[in-house]
Design a protein around this ligand. Structure first.
Ligand SMILES: Cc1cc2nc3c(=O)[nH]c(=O)nc-3n(C[C@H](O)[C@H](O)[C@H](O)COP(=O)(O)O)c2cc1C
Ligand code: SF4
Length: 485
């Protein structure tokens, strides 16, 4: 049973909507957004295995653009030139023509009224949870610690463990409890959850030198974004990924890039400065970061307030605030699957549903953007702040702006459920909005890296309808049903 019900709401008439703050223009650095409506990044899992934009990717963004949001942010797009499944990439110049076409389609569908940003991301390696036998027979690197640990187990004292294969054989025979005592904490985690790299693995040269390589990678990706015609770049400093891990209170690197808040924010600032130097001061660059990590020993809103002021002072053009979405509290994946950072408490806070404990999910994360915005203003900066999390009505969106919770209203799932919802409100046709039910069918698809769709779209779809583009399983619409203003 849902704990929270979608509240009844009153939609504004056209005149009220058009005089509201929500539909007033706002500057985002050197550009203007026509309204204060914002569609945050959402990965639809529609690119090729090489990260190129497919016709389905273009259709996806075109459909959002028809609803003419002030700002539309393209999904987390990988900055490296490495295979990463059907996730969009901007890691080499070959990506530019496809992205240029995406920009063209959005401009055309929105009559040039939507500002288009692209979210650029770096992430570290994560492997699927292994089968126990395979892990012990093949993946685990055998060390003297294992030899010692095995020889201390009852009945194994006399074993000849000089050969690696003998150690592996012995490990396979151990009970769960004994095996846990023999493996390091990290090895146990790799067995139970799948191996996951961290920014603190500085004994690995490619992790130690992240501060040397990331500024250049982000800057080159941003240069490509500008060449492709995007209106700006959103640096992904949120959730479970590399840059958020540098910002995390859990980052205890000792090379000047971890430990104190000043050291944790150092690389995010260096990345930004290199991006700025590359794209110029007349090109909008901002970031998405966490108002709260919602994990034990993680960063809180106090850290986020400090980061927000630092980012504003460095010259970012906008700050988009998110919450949670971490690996640290992710649910254990099944064997053969990878951990998903939106499964634990922090994940639920990131994309709150009607089943969430405590306060309703609607506008639940706005206190974070409010505190950050207040601190940024007190420090003398006008940088616009984007809030998000369960926003699904005019009342909530306009109220957030009026109260100063944020300067732009982000709505991800409500815009997925109905990409025309902002436009419907603006035209005084709010009664026609298809309202999100906040049960995260879409997020479950994201978790499986399946084409993301909304369950509500299929109410207007009969499988076999030749006019409608369908998912690979043939059962779901790939884009929202059309609407004529
Ligand atoms: C299917 C799906 C994919 C998402 N992908 C991204 C992403 O690529 N980058 C990002 O910063 N957030 C991503 N999010 C999080 C949303 O941008 C947003 O922060 C979150 O859903 C809460 O806002 P909402 O309540 O308006 O949906 C995704 C959310 C969903 C549902
Ligand atoms: S699938 Fe559910 S949670 Fe996702 S957008 Fe649609 S109604 Fe909202």
């Amino acid at each position: 049973m849902p704990k929270h019900v979608i509240p009844e709401t009153t939609w504004p008439d056209r005149e009220t909507a058009q005089s509201s703050l929500l539909f007033q223009p706002i500057a985002i650095g050197p550009i203007q957004s026509r309204t204060r409506t914002w569609v945050p990044a959402m990965v639809p899992w529609r690119s090729t295995e090489n990260g190129e934009a497919t016709p389905a990717v273009l259709d996806w963004y075109e459909r959002f653009a028809r609803g003419k949001p002030g700002v539309l942010v393209v999904e987390a797009t990988g900055i490296r030139d490495i295979p990463s499944g059907p996730l969009l990439r901007i890691g080499n110049d070959g990506c530019i023509p496809g992205l240029r076409e995406l920009v063209r389609r959005v401009r055309e569908a929105s009559d040039g009224q939507t500002r288009l940003l692209i979210q650029v991301i770096d992430f570290l390696r994560i492997r699927r949870r292994p089968d126990r036998r395979k892990f012990l027979e093949r993946f685990l690197e055998i060390t003297d610690r294992h030899r010692r640990g095995v020889s201390q187990q009852p009945g194994m004292e006399e074993r000849d463990l000089s050969e690696e294969s003998a150690v592996r054989e012995a490990l396979l025979q151990l009970s769960e409890e004994s095996l846990r005592s023999v493996l390091t904490e990290r090895e146990w985690e790799s067995l139970e959850f799948g191996f996951r790299e961290r920014v603190t693995d500085t004994e690995q040269p490619h992790i130690a030198n992240l501060p040397q390589v990331l500024p250049g990678l982000f800057a080159t990706a941003s240069r490509r974004a500008r060449e492709a015609g995007f209106d700006g770049v959103e640096l992904h400093y949120a959730h479970a990924y590399t840059m958020a891990s540098f910002l995390s209170r859990r980052n205890n690197r000792t090379d000047g890039y971890g430990g104190s808040p000043e050291a944790r924010v150092r690389l995010p600032l260096e990345v930004f400065r290199e991006v700025r130097r590359t794209v110029g001061s007349d090109y909008p660059v901002g970031c998405r970061f966490l108002g709260d990590e919602v994990i034990s020993a993680g960063s809180t809103v106090e850290d986020a307030e400090y980061y927000g002021v630092e980012f504003a002072a460095a010259g970012m053009d906008f700050l988009s605030v998110s919450k949670g979405g971490k690996f640290e509290d992710a649910r254990q994946p099944a064997v053969g699957e990878a951990a998903y950072p939106y499964t634990g408490v922090s994940g639920h806070e990131c994309m709150p549903t009607v089943r969430i404990e405590g306060d309703p999910p609607f506008g639940r994360n706005l206190p974070l953007s409010r505190s950050i915005r207040q601190r940024v203003r007190e420090a003398g900066f006008r940088t616009p702040v984007v809030g998000a999390g369960g926003i699904q009505s005019f009342e909530l969106a306009e109220g957030a702006l009026q109260r100063g919770d944020c300067d732009l209203v982000g709505a991800a799932r409500q815009s997925l459920a109905d990409p025309d919802w902002f436009l419907k409100m603006e035209l005084g046709r709010g009664a026609e909005v298809r309202r999100c039910v906040f049960t995260n069918y879409c997020e479950a698809l994201d978790q499986k890296h399946k084409e993301v769709t909304c369950q509500l779209w299929d109410r207007e779809f009969r499988p076999g309808d030749a006019a409608v583009a369908v998912s690979q399983d043939g059962r779901r619409r790939l884009v929202a049903p059309p609407w004529t203003p």
